[in-house]
Design a protein around this ligand. Sequence first.
Ligand code: NAP
Length: 237
Amino acid sequence: MNNKVALITGANKGIGFEVARQLAAKGFSILLGARDRERGEAAAARIPGVTFLPLEVTSHESVAAAAQQIEQTHGHLDVLVNNAGIGDNTDGLPGVANLDAVRRTFETNFFGALIVAQVMLPLLRKSPAARIVNVSSTLGSLTFQSDPDNPFASFRSIGYSGSKAALNMLTVNLAAELRDTPAKINSACPGYVATDINNNSGPRTVEQGAAIIVHLATLDENGPTGGFFDDNGSIAW
Ligand code: NAP
């Protein structure tokens, strides 16, 4: 054990589960966040020493209860991975997207991450070297979405891309807010990974997708803050 405590939201499957597995292998005490008790407990049981933490990211009450549990058991938090995210089949171009779907997507992908970051901040401030990783997407890059030649430009979902662009703004603003502390806050894009969010259509594995997230969660004191990265380095906002 390295005595560091890491919370991963939406970690009962997909990329979040793999991040939990890789950080556990590095000796972190893992709090595996999941909104469904049965799914969360089953997932936690698959990684030795990992603890399930009930966490519905859109509920302030649920996040506050999780923070209270962390306070009582650990007294601080070293790593927060804001991984929980959704897509919606009825999301789409701005002219036709289902507005309820867009709102739902923002509730989880942006407001959920903001709530968790805000509520966990006092615990993160108690860490000597807090790391926050917001799991974003190149689909949230304004630069890529503005370039008709970009391979991802044909994928347009205002709710998903808009919520990830907003999440990137959370990264930038939180990094500015914590500039005078040892904390480092970054956005990561895992690439196009085969998980339930895309009906397992992506060419990349969860192991590959988790790598950049784990890297940013374990940055040393010389690492960047307020940036947006994938395996190849910095991504244009
Ligand atoms: P996934 O397998 O569908 O996993 C999503 C996870 O988020 C699940 O554990 C899900 O829990 C959880 N979740 C959803 N809403 C939640 C809520 N309100 N509260 C708590 N947990 C919630 O998809 P994934 O690909 O691993 O996605 C992980 C992250 O990577 C997401 O932020 C996604 O946008 C991002 N991402 C993925 C790709 C890709 O190609 N896969 C690319 C770029 C970015 P349930 O099981 O209870 O639904």
